[in-house]
Write a protein that binds this ligand. Structure first.
Ligand code: AHR
Length: 499
């Protein structure tokens, strides 16, 4: 049996959890939109063609904000193509994903879907092939009440009331050579600053996210952040970071240590933000938007073959990672990392939501089901709201090929709005249980303790349409003997202490 000790004190806070850290992402890519959220003719389609079965699953996740419409897609996108009468909307080649975009679903339709999903839109503008003027136009179209060219066009297109989109991304991954019209840090910084000014002059209630690095393995990482912030610091509100992990060498122990890299990435970007703040003698704090994160690698080879066989198709099954149990464990560890950094990470979007590297899968004409990663995301979203407490964790350590001193157990704790305390914990050890002793200092007694465990004996186990509950959490008796609770080997745990 492994050992870990977690000390929590209600006076030691990391900070308020911004509910937008449970955000998500829908890109015009693969089957995210077409045959994902939208499938007219499906038995579950509503009057607008949106799948009600998918909406129910999205609502179960309680997703407060959804990034849209890209991603790499946005860097070649003309937002004007996606509004107005459907029959007049152009079909365009999407060079990012080598597909054809029919523009059947656009800004109006997505805003309506997001409302049905009880969510809000985080809209990205194209700073690849386009620039500041186009970005200003779409803000005016979406948010200006009336009496100007773009706002009146929105009203003519059927939306009398503005969409009131509050959160906007200034482009996507502009540091990446795979991006249409990639930019150097200096080029991007200037473009982002001018777009930001014009967007805020149009609606000063909006918040803006500037592009940080596409990942911490980018050769320009660090320098990119500094250059962008040095130019835009006073004009933006958040800096983005993106991070995906994979397990191509089939080393589960190593894979589960990846969340330590995410933690370091977040802390490094926060330091760069603060150093620019210092240099500028600014009172303002720029916070972080981890607006793409997940596991992504299962579908890579399949996608290369698909592109060779069927270039320029529509709604091709791209990036359809089938997630297994070990992926759910890493997603749990990434969520723990996000909660523990609640003081700096204010927005986080799991990439993505439906079919494309997603917690929800659908079959055209068929069912919709939860992938393994759905579970930690849902439980964190439901029970992770409140104040993130500073966890003092002393756990047994292990080494992997690339990491030393990896704690066998990792945890985050949230003091929920209703006064209950939720501990999220992962036991990384694949063969041994961990005895987690909880030192709750001044918390006093709890009247009820519950313990939910996500575990499967096979780390490669998956959920399918025919077997959707193969990997699912179960409640176990909350056996808090002498303040110690057992985390089974290879498990995601949600322990709720109710006053
Ligand atoms: O989420 C899939 C892709 O990953 C996004 O389009 C892009 O921003 C990132 O590289």
């Amino acid at each position: 049996m492994r050992k870990a000790k977690l000390i929590l004190d209600r006076d030691f806070e990391v900070g308020q959890v911004d509910k937008r850290v449970f955000g998500s992402f829908i890109e015009h890519l693969g089957r995210a939109v077409y045959s994902g959220i939208y499938e007219p003719g499906h038995p579950q389609a509503d009057e607008e063609g949106f799948r009600k079965d998918v909406l129910e699953l999205v609502k179960a996740l309680q997703v407060p904000v959804i990034r849209y419409p890209g991603g790499n897609f946005v860097s070649g996108f003309n937002w004007e193509d996606s509004v107005g009468p459907r029959e007049l909307r152009p079909r365009r080649l999407d060079l990012a994903w080598k597909t054809t975009e029919p523009n059947e679903v656009g800004l109006h339709e997505f805003a309506s879907w997001a409302k049905k999903a009880e969510s809000s839109v985080m809209y990205s503008v194209n700073l690849g092939t386009r620039g500041a003027a186009d970005a200003q136009h779409v803000v005016e179209y979406a948010n200006h009440p009336k009496g100007s060219y773009w706002s009146d066009l929105r009203r003519k297109n059927g939306a009398e009331e503005p969409f009131n989109i509050k959160l906007w991304c200034l482009g996507n991954e502009m540091d990446g050579p795979w991006q249409m019209c990639m930019k150097t840090a200096k080029e991007y910084a200037r473009a982002a600053r001018e777009a930001a000014k014009m967007m805020k002059w149009t609606d000063n209630s909006i918040e803006l996210v500037a592009c940080g690095s596409s990942s911490n393995w980018m050769p320009t990482f660090g320098d990119w952040e500094y250059t962008v912030l040095d130019e835009c610091y006073e004009d933006i509100d958040y800096l983005s970071l993106h991070r995906y992990y994979g397990n191509p060498s089939n080393d589960t122990k190593e894979f589960l240590a990846s969340s330590m890299d995410l933690d370091e990435f977040i802390r490094t970007v926060a330091c760069i933000c603060d150093s620019v703040q210092g240099k500028k003698h600014s009172k303002k704090k720029v916070h972080l938007s981890l607006d793409e994160w997940n596991v992504w690698y299962h579908s890579n080879q399949q996608d290369n073959e698909l592109h060779r066989r069927e270039p320029w198709g529509t709604a091709l099954p791209l990036l359809e990672d089938i997630y297994n149990f070990e992926d759910a464990l890493l997603v749990g560890l990434m969520l723990i990392t996000i909660l523990r950094n609640a003081d700096r990470v204010k927005i986080a979007c799991m990439a993505q939501l439906v079919n494309v590297i997603a917690p929800i899968m659908t079959r055209p004409g068929g069912g919709a089901w939860k992938q393994t990663i759905f579970w930690p995301l849902m439980q964190a979203s439901l029970y992770g709201r409140g104040v993130s407490l500073m966890p003092r964790m002393d756990a047994d350590k292990m080494d992997t090929k690339q990491h030393t001193d990896v704690p066998v157990a990792d945890a985050a704790a949230v003091l929920n709005e209703d006064g209950s305390l939720t501990v999220f914990a992962v036991n990384r050890d694949l063969t041994q249980d961990t005895a987690l002793s909880l030192d709750l200092r001044a918390f006093g007694a709890f009247s009820k303790v519950t313990h939910s465990v996500l575990h499967h004996d096979d780390v490669k186990a998956v959920n399918t349409e025919d077997d959707p509950d193969n990997v699912a959490p179960r409640d176990v008796p909350a056996d808090l003997k002498e303040n110690t609770i057992v985390l089974p080997a290879a498990s995601w745990n949600v322990i709720r202490l109710i006053p």
